[in-house]
Design a protein around this ligand. Structure first.
Ligand code: PMP
Length: 367
């Protein structure tokens, strides 16, 4: 037959996720670590990969990596599940706690994948928008949860793309106020130095999401994990793809996790650079950076889309949110190496100066 029937109706109007990755000299668009895994850890990785039997299926649950992560977090293997990136575990969340007739509470603007997963699984998405300064409208969230019909919530801390972490007392209040599953997405917690891990022992309804893609420089490998009670982990295990975490990724994750102290200086440099870039952005006329606990800074400015273009023409790729709902006029720049950050700042200063010059010329011409 030379025709095909329509796919599932929830796909209508859905656009595949697009990271808007374009060739550039300074990649400051995807919140990756600017530094790749160092040579010694790479050599360790190569040795381990050489010993992996490629003809055999991997351990479905990646138990060796599970044990390493469990131990580091004062937990047992049964409290940990590894995924093919945090993205897989986010999809598993929607499969396990969502579905027709079920409801997800979202706090936009936030990571767009959450709402897309809800849609794919026919889960209703209930929005409680953030305030103008992107802080969570805590009273509105608690009020909405009090209705008792929400099945799961995601609180992103620090929140992508706005940058700030969620207040710990609020998360605790939330966990006490509802029996909905509360996922705290800590994909960037290594840069905020704050975790809700201590709340796990007394809250069966908490699940923490983390990733190897950011602080541990492994965006290319696809490894993420959740921490939760054994019962919650079991529910995720029911919906996951049996062999989603391949044998090569498992040993790469083990090598990196066992060498995680070596990533600490890089994390520290990103945190220091974040402070420097924040101040420098604030000093550029018309640029309004938002506070950040993560490895990027979101900023608002006039002519944001033209500024994106101007930077891109000069080799600097940042993420353009200027037409995203609630983020009008915003660009997001990942903290890179000091040299990359200088390039970003020089580009923005030049853009703003050129615009001011243009305006002055126009004013003279019309005078
Ligand atoms: N959560 C948030 C908030 C993110 O920004 C990302 C990465 N963009 C993820 C989860 C998933 O990351 P990964 O799949 O690379 O582990």
């Amino acid at each position: 037959m030379n025709k095909v029937r329509q796919p599932a109706p929830q796909l209508e109007g859905l656009v595949p996720y697009d990271p808007k990755y374009l060739p550039a000299e300074a990649y400051l668009s995807a919140n990756e670590n600017p530094r790749d895994v160092d040579a010694e850890v790479r050599a360790d990785i190569a040795r381990r990969i050489a010993a992996v039997p490629l003809n055999r299926y991997p351990d479905p649950l990646a138990n060796r990596l599970r044990d390493l992560i469990a131990e580091a977090n004062g937990l047992a293997r049964e409290n940990v599940l590894i995924g093919n990136g945090g993205d897989e575990l986010l999809f598993d969340l929607a499969l396990a706690w969502g579905g027709p007739g079920r409801k997800f509470l979202n706090l936009p603007p936030t990571f767009s994948v959450y709402a897309a997963n809800a849609r794919l699984t026919n889960t209703a998405c209930v929005d409680v928008p953030r305030r103008d300064d992107f802080s969570i409208d805590e009273e509105a969230v608690l009020r909405r949860l009090a209705a008792g019909d929400i099945d799961f919530v995601i609180v992103t801390s620090p929140n992508n793309p706005t940058g700030e972490r969620a207040p710990l007392p609020f998360i605790e209040q939330l966990l006490n106020a509802t029996d909905a599953l509360v996922m705290v997405d800590e994909a960037y917690f290594e840069f905020s130095r704050e975790t809700v891990r201590p709340l796990l022992d007394a809250h069966e309804n908490l699940v923490i999401l983390r990733t190897f893609s950011k602080a541990f420089s492994l965006a290319g490998v696809r490894l993420g994990y959740i921490l939760a009670s054994p019962w919650v982990i079991d529910q995720f295990a029911k919906v996951r793809q049996p062999y989603s975490v391949d044998a090569v990724s498992q040993v790469v994750g083990e090598a990196v996790f066992q060498n995680r102290a070596r990533f600490e200086p890089g994390i520290r440099e990103i945190i220091e650079e974040r402070g420097r870039v924040q101040e420098a952005l604030r000093a550029i006329p018309g640029v309004r950076p938002y506070p950040s606990d993560a490895n990027w800074i979101l900023f608002r400015m006039e002519g944001a889309d033209a500024a994106w273009e101007y930077l891109y023409e000069r080799g600097v790729l940042v993420r353009d949110f200027s037409h995203a709902p609630g983020l009008e006029g915003c660009l997001r720049a990942t903290i890179g190496t000091p040299e990359q950050n200088d390039r970003l700042l020089a580009g923005l200063r030049a853009f703003v100066a050129a615009r001011a010059e243009e305006r002055a010329r126009a004013a003279r011409a019309s005078a």
